[in-house]
Design a protein around this ligand. Structure first.
Ligand code: UDP
Length: 413
């Protein structure tokens, strides 16, 4: 990434935004910052880190990204934790927890020198949270970044995790409703998308037609899309139900595009249920894409009339941001981070049931002017609030604050 690329960002956001980033990063030059998560691809966290790390490096920070390695039972354990944080009553066995601690210990050993030396370590989600217990000689500040909707966690599992994350110097949450009482400073930072990435850059008409043709989509009929891992909380079965309700009246096509994440072992099971429910309807397109096929996701979002994200729990929902950036109104589950983005009746609609989703889909398909207006508002809302430049500014500000926690005011020249 070069200074020229920062200039490209300035073309999207204006110069002032980039100048602010340079000003803030002046004070952090050379600082060793390590981010750790549990998958290199698949899911929103990896998506963000792919872009955030090179940008931090470009601004002069010594930033790096490490990915945990684990066993199937480790990922089974962390998926149970994830589901528990999102409110499911789960069965967590002592064996799984022992595996969780063992794998964290092994990774801490592998990454020991970097973790010990770092000025700031940002640990994403529960998977690597217990690394901190294995680096007693750490000298930097450790921050736990929770991307999950933990507003109503299953208490037994949260109690266990709280015992671990209480040792961090700070935590970051996407929404205030998610934050849990912890004995350290807590910050709110919403995630973001990168407007210049392959996932979000503008596409040519021929690129869009190629994707339509490749997947056998009819350009003459409306397309409704949900892009998501096959996960129960993304409610793909609810989307299918909404599709069927609309299909009785309008000749729509449905795309459910998903792929796996290497830290999500439950995908196959949900995918099976989706396939059974979809049956042999030729207008339902279940697309399993490699996790790096960003251009296809980009094109699918762009050729859709409406994007749906009917989650019943959602930490943030980058798929919502991505669709809104492409001027699509989003019909989203009335939950978590979707509420931050879908401003009901303005940038899309919030829904609680398949019937509600169907009603809104029909309304928008019948009111094309409204559909376009909502899409334009959605794009503007993302431009002002959810681009990576805003995200980076908040990270840099947080780092300045946490490195000099004794000051209640930080002046940047
Ligand atoms: N994604 C993808 N391919 C897929 C499914 C999802 O590239 O088959 C991307 C999607 O475009 C988004 C991210 O993965 O950038 C999912 O992030 P989100 O916050 O919506 O959900 P999460 O998976 O983190 O719960």
């Amino acid at each position: 990434m070069s200074e020229n690329l920062l200039k490209l960002y300035a073309e999207v956001t204006g110069n002032e935004v980039i100048d602010q980033l340079r000003q803030l990063s002046e004070h952090l030059r050379g600082m060793k910052i390590v981010h750790i998560n549990s998958t290199k691809s698949g899911g929103g966290v990896a998506e963000i880190l792919h872009r955030l790390i090179p940008l931090k490096q470009e601004l002069g920070l010594d930033a790096s990204w490490e990915v945990m390695t684990g066993s199937p039972s480790f990922f089974q354990c962390t998926k149970v934790m994830h589901n528990a944080l999102q409110g499911n009553r789960v069965e967590m066995t002592g064996d799984l927890l022992r595996e969780y601690e063992k794998i964290n210990g092994e990774n801490a050993q592998r990454l020991h020198d970097r973790l010990e030396e770092a000025d700031i370590v940002v640990v994403h989600d529960p998977q690597p949270a217990a690394l901190i217990s294995h680096v007693p000689s750490r000298r930097g500040k450790w921050i736990w970044r929770c991307h999950i909707d933990a507003s109503q966690p299953f208490r037994a599992v949260w109690k266990y995790l709280k015992g671990i994350v209480s040792h961090y110097d700070a935590s970051i949450w996407s929404l205030s409703e998610f934050a849990q009482p912890l004995p350290h400073l807590q910050y709110l930072i919403a995630p973001s998308i990168d407007p210049l990435s392959r996932k979000n850059r503008a596409l040519s008409v021929s690129e869009l037609s190629a994707v339509r043709e490749k997947w056998g989509l009819d350009p003459g009929r409306p397309i409704i899309t949900q892009v998501s891992r096959f996960d129960q909380f993304k409610d793909p079965l609810g989307v299918l139900q909404a599709y069927r309700l609309v299909k009785e009246f309008l000749p729509i096509q449905l795309i459910l595009a998903g792929g796996g994440a290497s830290d999500d072992p439950e995908g196959e099971e949900v995918l099976d249920q989706v396939r059974k429910s979809a049956g042999d309807d030729p207008d339902i397109h279940i697309l399993l894409l490699p996790s790096d096929d960003h251009l296809t996701i980009n094109a699918l979002q762009r050729i859709s009339d409406i994007v749906v994200q009917k989650s019943t729990r959602e930490g943030f929902g980058l798929t919502v941001t991505e669709a809104m950036w492409k001027s699509k109104p989003v019909i989203g589950g009335d939950t978590g981070g979707i509420r931050l983005q879908v401003i009901n009746h303005h940038t899309g609609f919030l829904v609680n049931t398949p019937e509600g989703a169907a009603l809104r889909i029909r309304y928008l398909l019948k009111n094309r002017k409204k559909l376009r207006e909502m899409g334009e508002k959605a794009h503007q809302f993302v431009l002002e609030n959810f681009l990576i430049t805003r995200h980076l500014r908040e990270y840099l500000t947080l780092m300045l604050a946490i490195m000099d926690a004794s000051k209640d005011r930080i002046e940047v020249q």
